[in-house]
Design a binder for this molecule. Sequence first.
Ligand code: CA
Length: 667
Amino acid sequence: MKSQLYLLCLSVLLLFLTSCQEKQPVFESLDAYPVYPYSDLGVTYTPEASTFKLWSPAATDVRVNLYDSDDPVAKTTGRLSMEMVNGAWTKLMEGDLDGTYYTFQIKRNGNWGTEATDPYARAVGTNGTRGQVVNLAETNPEGWEADTKPPFTAPTDAVIYELHVRDASIDPRSGIINKGKFLGLSERGTTTPQGDATGVDHLVELGVTHVHLLPSFDFMSVNEARPDDPQYNWGYDPQNYNVPEGSYSTNPSDGKVRIREFKTMVKAMHDAGIRVVMDVVYNHTGLSKDSHFQYLIPDYFYRFNEDGSMSNASACGNEIASDRPMVRKYIRESVEYWMKEYHVDGFRFDLMGIHDIATMNEVSQRLHAIDPSILIYGEGWKAGGSPVPDSSLALKANTPKLINIAAFSDDLRDGLKGSVFVHDEQGFVSGARGKDQSIRFGIVGATQHPQVDYKAVNYSDAPWAKEPGQCINYVSCHDNHTLNDRLAISNPSEGPGRRAGMQRLALAVVLTSQGIPFLHAGSEMLRSKNKDENSYKSGDGINMINWGGKRAYRETFEYVRDLIALRKAHPAFRMGATTLIGKHLVFIDTDDDQFVIYQINDAPGEEWKNIMVVFNGSKDPRTIEFPEGNWKQVVNGRQVNQEGIGKAKQQRIGIPGREAAIFVLEG
Ligand code: CA
C-alpha cells in the first residue's frame, strides 16, 4: 500500500513536470528567439473588430485585460486569453473597441506576471499605464490630408533650432494661450506685451528651417494626473515610444487628444514653412526591471553584463539591445510610424553611440527610401561602457560607416567655448590658444581638407564626416551650460557686452561653416539658465524661454537672424560636398592661432565670386591684407548686411578683437 502511494505520487509529480516542460519554451539564448516578420504587433483597429498581438516567445500564456477607464483603481471589464498564431499571441475581439483601455500580461514558469502597457501601443491613458484602442482616423486635424512638408533637399541647407515644448511658451509674457502644450506651438500671431513675435512666429522671423523638439514621446517623470503641480522635465526617460507625451496635451486621459494636438502642431509648423525633428531616445527606457519590455518580453530588449546585471551605457540604468532583430525592427517601425502618422521630418538619436551601426543604417535606408529629405542625426557617443564593441557602434569616429546620418561635432563646440566638462576653460571665442585647427575642422564640416592639421583638432585626429551633411556644427544645446552662462563662468573679468560679442562670434562661426548648423533655442537672445549646468528637472523659472530677452538683446537676435538669411541666400556657406569644399575653400595662413581666415572662391551657384571670412578670437585687433580690388564688408561683430556695411575696403583693415568679419569682392 505504501509503495503504491509512493508510485502514484511519483507519477503525478512526473506528469506535472512533463506538462511544465511541454508548455515552457526553451531557447538557447535570447538571440535564438524566432523573429516575427509582420508589422501588426499591438492593436489593429477597425470599427467591426480589433486584433491584439504581442510577440513574446518565452511566455506560456498571454492575456489582454480590458478596461473602460484609465483610472488605476478601475477594475478590469474582461480578461481574455490570447492564442499563439503565426508567432504572435493574438486575440480578435468583435465589435467597435474605440476608446477601450487595455494591458497585456504574460505567464512564465507557471506564474502570471505584472500587467503592463503594450510596448506597441499607439494611444495610452493618463501616465501611460494602460494602452488604448483608438480609431486613428479620428485624430487628424482639419486639413491634415493636405499637409505638405516645406521644400527641403540637401542636409546642409538645414538650420536646426533645438526647443523644449514647454520652454517655448510657458513664460507669462509669451502671449501664447496654450502655455506648455503642443498647441502652444501651433498658435500664430503671438507676441510679447512689447509686440515682439514669440513661438512659431519667432521661428519664422529667425528663419530656421527645422525645429528640433526635445523628447515629445510619452515619458515618465511628469505626473500627468497633476497638471497644476509645479513639475518639469526634459523627458529623457522614455515610457511609451509610439505615443506623444500626455503633459503636453490638454487632456492626457483621452488618448486621441494628445495625438490630434501633436498633429496640429506639426501642421502649423509645416504651414509656417518649418520642418519638425523629434529627439528620440531608443537607447534606454526610463524604467529598468519594471519596464513594459521587461514585464512582457523579459530580458530581450536589453543588454546584460556577464554577471547578469543590466549593462548601462546610457548611465540611466539600462541600455537597449538595438542589435537584436526584434529590437532593431521595433526602432525602425517606431520612427517610420512617427514619420507616416505624424508627418515628422527628422530624428535626432539620443546617445546614438549605444546603437549598433547596422540598426542605424537600416533605419536610415528605410526612411530615406520613403522620403529622401528626412534628416537623421545623433549623438555619436555613449555615457558608459557597453558589452558591444566600439567598432560596431554608431560612434562619431564610425560616422563614415553610417549612411546619410550626421553626428554632433563636439570638436567645434568645445573648440569655440572650451570643454563642457571644465567650466572655466576658455575657447577660441574667449581667447584660448591652440584652437585654430578645431575651428578649421568645424569650418570644413569635419570633412577631409588639405589645410586642416587633424592631429591638432580637439578630439579627432582624422576627418569623421565623409560629406559635410554628416556633421552637425553647434556651440551649445540643452545639455551643459547655456552659451551665455558658460561665457560668464569662464570669462569672469569680462563685462556682459564683451561676452555678448563672444556669443555672436561663436554663432557666426556655426552659421557660416560648412556642415549643418544647430542652435540651442534662445542662444540668439543670450538665454541664461542662471548658470544651472544640468537643468533637466529645474523647473520653468530656470528653463523657460524668457521672451523679454528678445527686446533686451535685440542686437544679438538680429545678428543671428541676419546670419541665417545670409547663409540661406549664399550657397558658398553650404556647398554640400567634400570635393567642393576642398576645391573652393582655401585657408589663409596667419601664423596666429587666434586668427582664422579663409576664402571661398567661385563656389557653384554663388553670386559672390570671392568671399573672405575672418574670425578674430584674440581680445586685440588684428590686421588683414586684402588682395587687389574693392572689398565690401557684409558682416562685422555687430551686424550683418548683405548690401554692405560702410565703405569698400582696400588693401588693409583692422579687425576688432573677438569679432567675425566677412568681405566680398565687388564685381
Ligand atoms: Ca508621460
